[in-house]
Design a protein around this ligand. Structure first.
Ligand SMILES: O=C(O)[C@H](O)[C@@H](O)[C@H](O)[C@H](O)COP(=O)(O)O
Length: 261
């Protein structure tokens, strides 16, 4: 496992803008090298804040939007178009403003769709979609994700993997249904840690003082069942993008001087 890198920005607005700029560069590098790029989106305020910052970024259209694959790390299992769905919020923040290829945007199934109210069946269908997109050279039954982004919850959850819940213990499946989630809504779909760890780069987004304890716990050597964020790392890079408030409880040794102070 590669050691997490930490970057601390002055405040959450600057963190979102800097992370958006970083994502543009990463996508352009991948598209230049391989003709395509693949990104996994996260829900939540920090994730949507990054997408909104990307929408207004001056270099936004350096990205070839027609050659970008978008997946989700988790989804609230609600009807299509529900305002609380992560994909609804992502479309409002960015996706409806850029010329993506709809065939390359992969939302997780909605409640009341092909799988009715069965979140487990919906999760299995998304796992099949991922497996179908995988190439022989990929690590397991998911495609190569260039960047997989994860908001970090105050309890250290990432995606819809909550401390001590069954989904965080999954070692085989890539996508699971989540029931009884402590963060509403209770029924969700989530990538599992094995799927997350297949990504080249995993970026964890944590801004706000309500994330300070979670960052300190996750970066202190806690186990992944107790602190799922501790189990989120990439094959090439693991990057924590924080603001000063979220970094406030990190031990000095883990708290790089804020380069933007
Ligand atoms: O479906 C969700 O709610 C998200 O995917 C979830 O994992 C989120 O990223 C964290 O809870 C952080 O959310 P905030 O950034 O809003 O604190």
């Amino acid at each position: 496992m590669n050691a997490p890198q930490l970057i601390v920005h002055r405040d959450k607005e600057l963190m979102a803008q800097a992370a958006a700029a970083r994502l543009i560069t990463r996508i352009v590098d991948a598209q230049t090298a391989r003709g395509t790029a693949s990104v996994v989106l996260t829900g939540g305020r920090n994730g949507n804040g990054l997408l909104a910052a990307l929408r207004t970024a001056p270099a936004r259209d350096a990205i070839d939007w027609s050659r970008l694959d978008l997946w989700w790390g988790d989804e609230r299992f609600l009807p299509e178009g529900d305002p609380d769905r992560n994909d609804t919020q992502a479309r409002e923040a960015l996706l409806d403003s850029v010329p993506l290829d709809p065939a390359r945007v992969h939302p997780m199934p909605a409640a009341g769709g092909a799988h009715g109210a069965d979140a487990d069946a919906a999760a299995a269908a998304y796992a099949r979609e991922l497996a179908e997109a995988a190439r022989p050279e990929n690590r397991g039954p998911v495609p190569r994700f260039d960047v997989l982004m994860l908001g970090v919850g105050p309890d250290t959850h990432v995606a819809s993997l909550f401390p001590e819940h069954p989904a965080v213990r999954e070692t085989e499946r890539t996508v699971v249904g989540v029931h009884g989630a402590p963060k509403p809504p209770p029924t969700r779909i989530s990538l599992t840690l094995p799927a997350i760890r297949a990504a080249r780069e995993v970026w964890l987004l944590a801004a706000g003082e309500d994330k300070a304890q979670a960052a300190a716990v996750a970066l202190s050597g806690a186990g992944e069942v107790q602190a799922p964020a501790a189990g989120a790392y990439g094959t090439a890079r693991t990057l924590w993008l924080l603001d000063a408030a979220a970094a406030a409880r990190l031990p000095r040794a883990r708290h790089p001087e804020d380069p933007t102070a």
